[in-house]
Each structure stands twice: as C-alpha cells, then as structure tokens.
Design a protein around this ligand. Structure first.
Ligand SMILES: [Zn+2]
Length: 131
C-alpha cells in the first residue's frame, strides 16, 4: 500500500474527523492505541527498507535506513472513532522534533487541509493533540 492509497483509505474511514498527537521517546503512545501504533510503526519501517523514503511531516527531510538521520518523534493521525482500525504515522526528523507538539500538529493540520482531508473544524488544539 503506497502513501496515497493509505491517505485515501484513511480519509474514508475517518470521514474528515480525526485526532493527532506526537509520540516521543519520553512520551509514549497511550495504552488504548499502543497496538495500532506498533503496527503502524512496523509498516513505516518496512517502507524505509522498501526505499520509499517517506518525508518528515514538517520539512523536506527524507528518511532512509540511516539511523543517524532517523525520526526522533512520530506524529499519530487517527480517526476520532473508538473502533478506528487505521492510523497514519509520519516521522518527525531530528531538527523538527525540537518544535513543540502544538507547532507540529498545526503544520500537519495545514497540510491535511491542503490535501482536502481535514475538512471539518476540529476546534482548538489541545496540549496532547486535537479531538
Ligand atoms: Zn523535519
């Protein structure tokens, strides 16, 4: 499944309503989405090894199998539904990981809007993401 197909599937599943939060080494995924997070992360790593070179969510950095330049955080984007079966998980590079969660979520939200995925008002951004 390529990047575009996964976004289309994601958009269908969440119907424009989703939540976002940043996972960092000292800020793990919450227990209720840990299994989905692990699966999404595994898929992300597979893409790296398939040389798909996914981009950082906030800049043009391309991730490769080089651990030195690997992501320092991940952005979780998932449908705001309890039975969510899908999750989009872009990486955040070393440089961008220095930005706050709120800044990163705002950058991602702007991109999603431009892609026509975020088409509903999510309300104010909370410290841990949007709801
Ligand atoms: Zn970056």
């Amino acid at each position: 499944m390529g990047e575009k197909e996964s976004w289309i599937r994601f958009h269908k599943e969440c119907e424009g309503l989703f939540r976002m939060f940043v996972v960092r080494p000292d800020q793990p995924a919450p227990p209720e989405c840990k299994a989905r997070y692990d699966a999404a992360l595994e898929w992300w790593v597979k893409r790296i090894f398939a040389e798909e070179r996914p981009l950082c969510i906030a800049c043009e950095h391309e991730f490769t199998t080089d651990r030195q330049t690997g992501p320092r955080a991940m952005l979780v984007i998932e449908p705001s539904r309890d039975d969510a079966g899908t999750m989009v998980l872009p990486g955040i590079c070393q440089r961008c990981a220095k930005r706050t969660d709120t800044e990163l979520i705002e950058v991602a939200f702007k991109d999603l809007k431009e892609m026509g995925i975020a088409d509903r008002n999510l309300g104010p951004l909370g410290p841990g993401g949007t709801e």
